[in-house]
Write a protein that binds this ligand. Structure first.
Ligand code: PL3
Ligand code: FE2
Ligand code: FE2
Length: 232
């Protein structure tokens, strides 16, 4: 079982590891914080799902605290200024969509793109994480599937009315994900996370979500690779 293999050469206390971790840890903390805020905003927009969305928002806050503990455990100070910049494009697009009541776009950004990004990153991190962070991340990733599922279910129930907006939102936001992956690739590599594996896992998770919502396999292929050729 590869998960149980030791990682010779991976020294969680080395300066190189801690330096990379200061950015990756910050990205994850910022991502969880923004997810917390995004679900609170979505709860305002979808009153019939408010209770459920408030529960998701609370989970995101717990995730944030868990990852803050992972940084403290390695005696790393997360570079939050870097992480804020890292998330700014998706953050700004979410806020602009929310202000205009484009809830389909908000759900695509948070519940599909960001959650699929988190699920693939966390799954690839778990086998190479330090034992403390591994335990935390295993708990978190289970929750993230329920968040992805919320978006899938809502968009599936409103598929015909949402389709055009989903395609536009995908065109606007998926290229940003490839840029984010490129920005984090070198640091992820230091943590023993391969960029190719992240891309592959993301495409599978995101593609499955699109298929569950109602897109045909042809449409899924087109949508999930949007902007990839020019970015990678
Ligand atoms: C919402 O529930 C989660 C939002 C977090 C998004 C994080 C994206 C992570 C990309 C960086 C890859 C490294 C992962 C390492 C895990 C500690
Ligand atoms: Fe989360
Ligand atoms: Fe989440």
């Amino acid at each position: 079982m590869p998960q149980l293999e030791a990682n010779p050469g991976l020294d969680y206390q080395s300066q190189q590891y801690k330096d990379a971790y200061s950015r990756i840890n910050a990205i994850v903390i910022e991502g969880e914080q923004e997810a917390h805020e995004n679900y609170k905003q979505l709860a305002e927009s979808l009153p019939e799902h408010a209770e459920e969305l408030i529960q998701l928002a609370k989970m995101e806050n717990r995730h944030k605290k868990g990852f803050q503990a992972c940084g403290r455990n390695l005696e790393v100070t997360p570079d939050m200024a870097f992480a804020e910049q890292f998330f700014a494009p998706l953050h700004n697009n979410f806020q602009a969509a929310w202000a205009e009541g484009r809830i389909v776009t908000c759900l695509l950004i948070q519940s599909l793109i960001i959650e699929a990004f988190a699920i693939s990153a966390y799954n690839i991190y778990i086998p190479v994480a330090d034992p403390f962070a591994r335990k935390i991340t295993e708990g978190v990733v289970k929750d993230e599937y329920t968040h992805l599922n919320f978006g899938e279910e809502w968009l599936k129930a409103n598929f015909e009315a949402s389709k055009a907006e989903l395609e536009a939102a995908n065109r606007q936001n998926l290229p940003i994900v490839w840029q984010m992956l490129n920005q984090v690739a070198d640091d992820a590599e230091v943590l023993s996370m391969e960029k190719d594996a992240l891309v592959e896992d993301f495409m599978i998770t995101y593609g499955e979500a699109l298929a569950n919502i109602g897109f045909s396999s042809r449409e899924v292929m087109k949508l999930s690779a949007q902007g990839l050729a020019t970015a990678a």
